[in-house]
Ligand binder design. Sequence first.
Ligand code: 5GP
Ligand code: MN
Length: 337
Amino acid sequence: MKKITEKNKLLSHINKAKKIVIFSHHNPDADAVGSSLALYLTLKKLKKNVHIILPNEFPAFLNWMPHSNKIIIFEKQKETSQQLIQKSDLIFLLDCNAFKRLGTDGLAELAQNSSAPKILIDHHRFPEKYFNAYFFNDKASSTCELIYQLVHHLKLEKNLDKKIAQCLYTGLITDTGSFKYDSVTPETLEIAAHLLKFKINHTYIQQQIFDTYSYNRLKLVGYALSQKLKYLKEYNTAYIALSQKELKSFNFQKGDTEGLVNYGLSIKDVVLSALITETDKMIRISLRSKGNLDVNEIARKHFNGGGHKNAAGGQLYIPLDDAIKTFENVVKSIRKK
Ligand code: 5GP
Ligand code: MN
């Protein structure tokens, strides 16, 4: 897809705005939180009144991030969120391509129906058409990479500091698997190099994100791999499905299954890996692929979702066993081609 960098439009919206709200997707990941905080800190330096509203809690392993305690969680603070949205004169949506990704709890409607102009900053394919301005590139490794570029486009780079660098670096490493995925470009690494010049402690950030498992979480990984990993050799596919009951038996906390979907891909000839988890409201499906297999397309077509070519997700509103059957049938139909 073509990138869209409407910097003049964006700048004029930012200049006019006084009360800004930044949103990002349901089940926020490190790129969602990192990019929101980096934009928040940048706009604060321009003396704007800014708030971040996320639909639900972000994982506890991000609690160390600067100003993360200022983030408003819609699920817990509905009235405050409503008032802020009502008073806002500019809205940003980050790291997702449509307001419907804010979830089913009413936040999507509140944000979309607001009279404030709306700006999309994202790297997921097929952005919705209803935004007033875009900073979009589906080739960007992360929304954090886009925020870094935006800061430069708007000539705000003098505002970059150690805190903003920490936030941006976090999204860069999590969305690229620590600079491992296809999405990494020379520019991604140049950005990372520049961020390190702010004397951020990149080892500390890595440890906060990857080495802060609880004992239960590591046991859950062990259980998932030894007892639940299914290998469909014929179809070069591996998947893990976990029920609510199984998750609860490991005292499941938000974020505990993060990264679990990647293990399947470490089998030599596997090109498609899935993690199917039962939540109290739905069945979540995370998909990862190697090479040209486009899981964004699979997620959109079969699982009411989307994402990127090699990392996507979606959901089904059927029992877990049926979701597993659906997944296997989808695999069989697409891998036969
Ligand atoms: P994850 O498997 O880590 O939840 O998501 C992988 C990627 O797919 C992320 O970039 C995420 O934003 C995207 N994604 C996950 N679930 C959905 C969904 O339901 N809809 C869309 N459009 N994208 C999703
Ligand atoms: Mn992202």
